[in-house]
Design a protein around this ligand. Structure first.
Ligand code: NDP
Ligand code: 2IT
Length: 445
């Protein structure tokens, strides 16, 4: 495999798709050696077949707001690869959504889903619809209009969407209702469903919990744990919330959360009712974290900045892609941060990853460390197929074990001669091998 040639060709074919090209390059660089040692991969054209999605559906979504005004949004579903199971991955509603972002997320999802050890292929979708300031009925009309088209290509054994930024339980409800009406079936076609209609216990908490279980394993390799550790979290959404709950339970102290407006520093720790308040903040559709300081006046709001300037032992970036850059990484290293564990997808820029690795700071990529969300989606699919519900403790125990297993897989392929673990390499190789071998078994498709 010639990484530079493949990247040059891809850049020509998809100019300007920065996030997608960034995600592909990272994987290719990690797997290059393994790929070249196994000529059967190249003979079957695995890389060329893997870097392009199987298909992309683009949808025009017209909807009417509460004042009778007509709006038109664009939406997409990218079915990337289904070698090991039905297409699976979330839907993102955010004004920044474009093909490059969804292709990067879909590509990452292939390897993440492979790492979970559950039978799920990779997909992603979403829309440039901005939930900010929208009423419930506006969100409902948008979701219904989106599903009027989307339902044609999804199904419980074909493609199973779920939530991501801007898509939580409420949106999944509206989407599911419309699917059910059109397809005339109650099935596991979406995950993250409500508990009364097929959802799984622990799915809302799963990404954050899984992220902290993964970090716990990383810390274990150094003979330590979360007790008494100071933790900086970014974001204030679903993933940040679940991570804050689990860190606190394990004896760590969460001192930051953040939004597009800036970050909140709470030296007393964000725990108990303060974590519950994050749910209110998110549900308000205001897109800002500042109101936290009105509710809890001892906390400080730092406008327009990211939380990485705060001294911490562990950093959990849980907001969005490329939110932790080179300068942030240098500050974290200088402040003695020992572990960076991605809750979001690709929040750390490649330059920042390099700085962590050069300084031997433990660093885990999202495709391994946030796989708990989609893994629990997989457990929701299993429960739907069996038409039964597992108790919370059972789901949590399975989730925990999956995260431990992913960590073990990263060690297997990522441990370097000096003992430092390159989790990026480990995750990419482990995720890739399973998919590539499945593609070999199934012929050229
Ligand atoms: P939510 O919508 O619940 O929260 C997203 C958070 O990120 C919010 O705090 C949001 O603020 C913030 N955010 C979004 N865009 C930006 C931006 N451009 N700049 C700064 N902050 C931003 O989403 P989730 O918590 O579900 O998702 C967070 C991350 O975790 C994403 O990278 C997602 O892909 C990833 N993830 C999610 C999983 C899940 O199951 N939900 C599973 C695995 C990964 P605002 O909306 O105000 O911009
Ligand atoms: O990025 C992700 O893994 C998710 N948003 C969750 C996907 C899913 O299908 O549960």
């Amino acid at each position: 495999m010639e990484v530079e040639k493949i990247m040059t060709d891809l850049e020509k074919k998809h100019p300007g798709e920065v996030e997608y090209l960034q995600a592909v390059r990272e994987v290719l660089e990690s797997i290059e050696q393994v790929y070249n040692e196994n000529p059967q991969f190249e003979a079957a054209g695995i890389i060329n077949r893997l870097v392009e999605p199987d298909r992309i559906l683009t949808i025009k979504v017209p909807w009417v707001d509460d004042h009778g005004k007509v709006h038109v949004n664009l939406a997409y579903r990218i079915q990337f690869n289904n070698a090991i199971g039905p297409y699976k991955g979330g839907l993102r509603f955010h004004p920044s959504v474009n093909l490059s972002i969804l292709k990067f997320l879909g590509f990452e999802q292939i390897f993440k889903n492979s790492l979970t050890s559950l039978p799920m292929g990779g997909a992603k979708g979403g829309s440039d619809f901005d939930p900010k300031g929208k009423s419930n009925t506006e969100v409902m009309r948008f979701c219904q209009s989106f599903m009027l088209e989307l339902w044609r290509i999804i199904g419980p054994e074909t493609d199973v969407p779920a939530g991501d930024i801007g898509v939580g339980g409420r949106e999944i409800g509206f989407l599911y209702g419309m699917y059910k009406k059109l397809a005339r079936e109650h099935s596991g076609v979406l995950t993250g469903k409500g508990l009364n209609w097929g959802g799984s216990l622990v799915r809302p908490e799963a990404t954050g919990y899984g992220n902290v279980y993964f970090a716990q394993e990383m810390l274990r390799t150094k003979g330590t744990d979360f007790k008494g550790k100071t933790v900086a979290i970014s974001g204030f959404g679903n993933v940040a919330w679940g991570a804050a709950l689990k860190v606190t339970e394990l004896g760590g102290k969460v001192v930051t959360i953040s939004g597009p407006d800036g970050y909140v520093y709470d030296s007393e720790g964000i725990s108990g009712e303060k974590i519950n308040y994050m749910l209110e903040l998110r549900a308000s559709n205001q897109d800002i974290v500042k109101p936290y300081t009105y509710e809890f006046p001892n906390a400080q709001f730092v406008q327009g900045k990211r939380p990485w300037e705060v001294k911490c032992d562990i950093a959990l970036p849980c907001a969005t892609q490329n939110e932790l850059g080179k300068e942030d990484a240098l500050t974290l290293v200088k402040n003695g941060c020992m572990c960076v564990c991605e809750g979001a997808n690709m929040p750390t820029t490649p330059e920042a990853v390099e700085i962590f690795q050069e300084n031997k700071v433990m660093f885990a990529p999202g495709k391994a460390a946030n796989a708990g969300g989609v893994a629990t989606s997989g457990l929701e699919m299993s429960q739907n197929s069996m038409k039964l519900n597992w108790p919370a403790a059972e789901v949590d125990q399975k989730l925990h074990q999956i995260m431990i297993n992913i960590h073990t897989a990263c060690l297997k392929y990522g441990k370097e001669p000096d003992g430092y673990v390159n989790y990026v390499k480990g995750a990419n190789i482990a995720g890739f091998l399973k998919v590539a071998n499945a593609m070999l078994d199934q012929g050229v498709l």
